[in-house]
Design a protein around this ligand. Structure first.
Ligand code: PLP
Length: 393
């Protein structure tokens, strides 16, 4: 058994990353400034988007985007329930209505047909999720949304570096990336919105900083008037340079990180092929580059004799961490109590929500670590089988 704990995720932070953060701390300018501008330029360049806007989190950007798009009471927003609760929560907080769509049983991605069926005259926005770093079928979703006249806001929280048909995610539609510590690159906490819609970008930038349309760096550089007026009330969700510099450094290693994740995913695929009832997701059928953000398995108790909770406990006892991405939003207490309509209406989502488990995957993991995880899974399953056999004999 492992003697040290293997978390399901650990950010890859080099000594140079730490030194770069130290340089910002020593510089005398630690809030929004040149490093944020550099990060925004790097993400715009990488995605091909006209605009990139950094903020304190992906959630913050989702809040700003929903407000900038004018989403409010009476509006419907279509997206999966099998996502992080941040997005459905923000839709509720704006007084709008979540219209959840079920996901594909093999990839857990939302499909164009399900989106088409969910759109009504009240639909104001579709938010597809590039779950685990795999792209949704964007051409099909775009065709539906164009025909139905509904804009797309891609939840690309998992998908920095993901490509769809050779094109980087975030370069065509408006998209939001997360830079949370478990993501493929991190700024500690943070996120970046990309868009080609200049008017939307201007509204998001305004909302990001009090509605002043200037930030602290602009004022320090005296590039704009220190007496700037509120154009429209806004929030304060600007990213600090001490965060941005970390992501700036990590952007240059993004492809190397994804290559390591790909190698880890391939090793899991090989080793888990012989483990009955622990089922990896399928990759999408369309041409893509998977960012391999999460390694998700479904723990099928009917076939492996162990439920998810027992597997996770068993792995923890063997020094291996796991996660759940995600408990479907509509199964959370508030949604069950206040939006009971959805219970039982999303069968694939509910089946998976009760069985998905995220296995360790991060660039600094090595081959023996992956073997440890799979050996520990086999050990937990064998232990359960021997209990059943012992009980019967
Ligand atoms: C699918 C999805 N959307 C949105 C978010 C929100 O990102 P952040 O944590 O940066 O606010 C997350 C974060 O985990 C996520 O997984």
């Amino acid at each position: 058994m492992r003697t040290s704990f293997l978390p399901f995720c650990r950010p890859s932070i080099s000594e140079e990353d730490i030194a770069a953060v130290g340089d910002v701390l020593r510089s005398g300018w630690i809030t929004t400034g040149p490093k944020v501008a550099e990060l925004e330029a790097l993400v715009a360049q990488r995605t091909g988007a006209a605009e990139a806007i950094a903020a304190t989190s992906g959630t913050a950007l989702m809040q700003l985007a929903l407000e900038a798009m004018g989403i409010g009471p009476g509006d419907e927003v279509v997206g999966p329930s099998l996502t992080w609760v941040s997005t459905p929560n923000l839709v509720e907080l704006r007084g709008a209505t979540n219209v959840f769509v079920d996901v594909d049983p093999e990839t857990l991605l939302v499909g164009a047909d399900a989106i088409d069926a969910a759109i009504t005259p009240r639909t104001r926005l579709v938010i597809p999720v590039h779950y685990a770093g795999a792209p949704v079928d964007l051409d099909a979703v775009r065709t539906v949304c164009r025909r139905r006249g509904v804009p797309i806001l891609e939840d690309a929280a998992h998908a920095i570096g993901t490509q769809y048909r050779g094109v980087e995610v975030g370069g065509v539609d408006t998209a939001i990336f997360s830079l949370h510590p478990i993501k493929n690159i991190t700024s500690g906490e943070g996120g970046v919105l990309t868009t080609n819609d200049r008017a939307l970008a201007a509204r998001v930038r305004g909302l990001r900083f009090h509605g002043l349309a200037v930030d602290a760096h602009d004022r320090a550089q005296q590039g704009r008037s220190p007496q700037a007026q509120v154009q429209s009330p806004g929030y304060k969700q600007n990213m600090a340079d001490m965060n941005a510099v970390l992501a700036v450094r990590q952007m240059s290693r993004l492809d190397a990180f994804i290559a390591r994740r790909e190698a880890i995913a391939a090793q899991y695929r090989r080793l888990l092929a012989e483990v009955e009832g622990i089922n990896l997701l399928a990759d999408p059928a369309w041409p893509h580059r998977h960012a391999r953000h999460l390694i998700v398995v479904r723990v099928d108790e009917a076939r492996c004799g162990v439920d998810r909770a027992a597997l996770m406990d068993g792995l923890k006892a063997r020094n291996i961490g796991t996660g759940i991405h995600f408990l479907a939003a509509h199964t959370h207490t508030w949604y069950r109590e206040n939006r009971p309509y959805w219970t039982g209406r999303l069968p694939v989502t509910e089946w998976n929500s009760a069985r998905i488990c995220t296995l360790p995957c991060f660039p600094d993991m090595r081959e023996p670590d992956v073997r440890d995880v799979v050996d520990a899974i086999k050990d937990v399953l064998a232990g359960a089988r021997s209990v059943v056999v012992g009980g019967r004999s």
